[in-house]
Structure formats: C-alpha cells, structure tokens
Design a binder for this molecule. Structure first.
Ligand code: CP
Length: 318
C-alpha cells in the first residue's frame, strides 16, 4: 500500500502517491454514498471522537457521516460544555480522551500547530479538521477530488486561488497539494491579504483579478475571513466585491469551461456573485461538499489500515 501516514495533520506530510491512493479510494466511496444503502463495516468496533474547538458545518457533519457510514462508533464532543471551560488545558483534555482508547480523533482548533501538538500526546490516529491559518488537509483533498472528476485529471491545470490568502488554511493546503501534483497555481488578491514571499511556494502572484484569471481551468474563491481580521485589510466590502468578487464579467477571462469552487461558508455578494455560485453549469460547490464525505471516509480507512499493518508487522517481529 502506498499510504504510509499515521496521522493526517497536513498536506505537507503526504507524497503524490499517497494523495493518489486516497483519491482513488474516495472515488469508490462516492459510488457507495450514491446508493440506497451506504453502510460498510470497515471501521466496525472502532471509536471516533470529533473535537471541534471552532465552528463548522461541512467538516464536522461530513466527518460524523463518514465515520457512521464506515461503521465506527462516533462521538461529537460538545467543546463548549467541556471541562475546558473550567480551565482544563488542550493537552489534559486530549490525554483524558486518550485514556478511553479512541481509534480516531478529529480535531479543529483556532491555533496553528495545536493539532500537531495533540497528535504527539495520544496513541490513536489524529486528523486535522483545520488548525488556525496552518492547514485544512481534508478540504484540499476534497477539492482535488472535485477537480479530478470535473477535469478528468489533476496535473498540468492552471488554477487560480482568489481572495483572502493571508488568513486561509484552505489556500495553504491547496497550494501544497496542487503543487505536488504538478499544476500551475496562481494566487490573486489585494496586497493586504497576500502574505509576502508566496513565490517561494512555486506560485504566481497577481493583484489584478482579470490578469490572474486569464485562461485558467479552475477558479477557487476564498471566504473573506472577517473573524481573523483585526481591521484595516480592505477599504469596504463593496469595494472588495468590485475588485475581487467573482462575477460573470471577471469570470469571462478564464477558460470557457473553467469551473468555480468555494470551500464554504460563502459570503454572497462579497467574494462571489450569488447567481454564479448557484450556476450548475459552472459551479461545483455542491460537488465539493459531496466529495467531502467520500474523502473523509477514505482518509479514516487508510489511517486505520496503516496502523493495523504496522501492528501486524510488530507482531511478526516480536
Ligand atoms: N470548508 C469548511 O471547512 O467549512 P466548515 O467551516 O463549515 O467546516
């Protein structure tokens, strides 16, 4: 098997062969998820705990559905009602849950690096469901699966990632994944929302949206992350939409068959025109959500398989 990772903490740690293995398995789960009966017993008897220290709709729901369809016992920790409120630390919380022998921990946390730290303290597989501005690996993987299915390949494509790059873990994970799979990545956004030194990641940077969108195959819009801003990044939402909001006129610079993506949640009328977002001939935003369940099923199955194989090898050597 070409998947070797013990945790899924970031795209940074995955090789192109591991990404392909995961997407191939996810393709099979897309088929299963479209059937009347969607259950397997791949993770039967295993325990999955979801710990979301930040709000989520798509990621939390799809991890829960993914675990249940694989037959795992899934528990969603209500973090707002946990002993964190009494001052218990993240690490003590993790050690407490670890003592209950979970097999999979799914963690979203507002601080970059918090999920990596937690993974060092527990015995089970940890999946990063988004940590601060750092990484959101399953989002990049579901984006990759969506692109591969829409375009028939995941290499030598020209892909524009537009908007609030500075605060986006989605952008960071996508830049790494799309680069590893040998695509041409363009970043488009105002200088205030574009971290310096991005060219070091092998991407092209554009301030002008029309120039950046010229002849691209994929237009990936990002949410303006107001909750991570402490003021002064944009003159106004109206001005931002005028310069960087995706509308039919700006989209006309991309290829005629370019697809529109957005990780959600969307600010309609801020980074994207609502009609374009709903245009089933161009937008694959709902497909992204569908792929999210399949990718998370594949990720959890592969992590469990890696651990079972490692345990079997240790048993043979003992
Ligand atoms: N794309 C994404 O992470 O959405 P949620 O915040 O709703 O999980």
């Amino acid at each position: 098997m070409t998947f070797r990772a013990k945790h899924l903490l970031g795209i940074e740690h995955l090789g192109p062969d591991e990404i392909t293995t995961l997407l191939d398995l996810a393709d099979q789960y897309v088929d299963l998820n479209r059937r009347d009966v969607k259950h397997t017993n791949t993770l039967a008897g295993l325990t999955q705990i979801n710990m979301f220290f930040e709000n989520s709709t798509r990621t939390q729901a799809s991890f829960e559905i993914a675990g249940k369809r694989l037959g795992a016992d899934v528990m969603n920790m209500a973090m707002q009602a946990s002993s964190l409120k009494k001052g218990e630390t993240l690490i003590d919380t993790a050690l407490t849950l670890n003592a209950m022998h979970p097999d999979l921990l799914v963690v979203r946390h507002p601080h970059s690096g918090a999920v990596d730290l937690l993974a060092q303290k527990v015995n089970c597989a940890v999946l990063n469901a988004g940590d601060g501005r750092h990484e959101h690996p399953t989002q990049a993987l579901l984006d990759a699966l969506t692109i591969r299915r829409a375009k028939g390949r995941l290499h030598r494509l020209s892909i524009a990632i537009c908007g609030d790059i500075a605060h986006s873990r989605v952008a960071r994970s996508n830049i790494m994944l799309l680069g590893k799979m040998e695509n041409r990545v363009r970043l488009i956004g105002p200088p205030t929302l574009m971290p310096s030194g991005m060219q070091e990641f092998g991407v092209e940077v554009f301030e002008d949206m029309r120039e950046g969108l010229q002849d691209v195959d994929v237009v990936m819009m990002l949410r303006l992350q107001k909750e991570r801003m402490d003021g002064g990044f944009i003159p106004s939402e109206r001005e931002y939409y005028h310069r960087y909001g995706l509308d039919p006129e700006k989209l006309s610079y991309a290829k005629d068959d370019a697809i529109i993506m957005h990780p959600g949640p969307m600010n309609r009328g801020v980074e994207i025109d609502g009609v374009l977002a709903d245009d089933i001939n161009r937008s694959v935003i709902q497909e992204q959500v569908e792929m999210g369940v399949a990718v998370r099923m594949a990720a959890m199955e592969l992590l469990v398989r890696t651990r079972r194989e490692a345990a079997a090898e240790q048993g043979v050597m003992a």
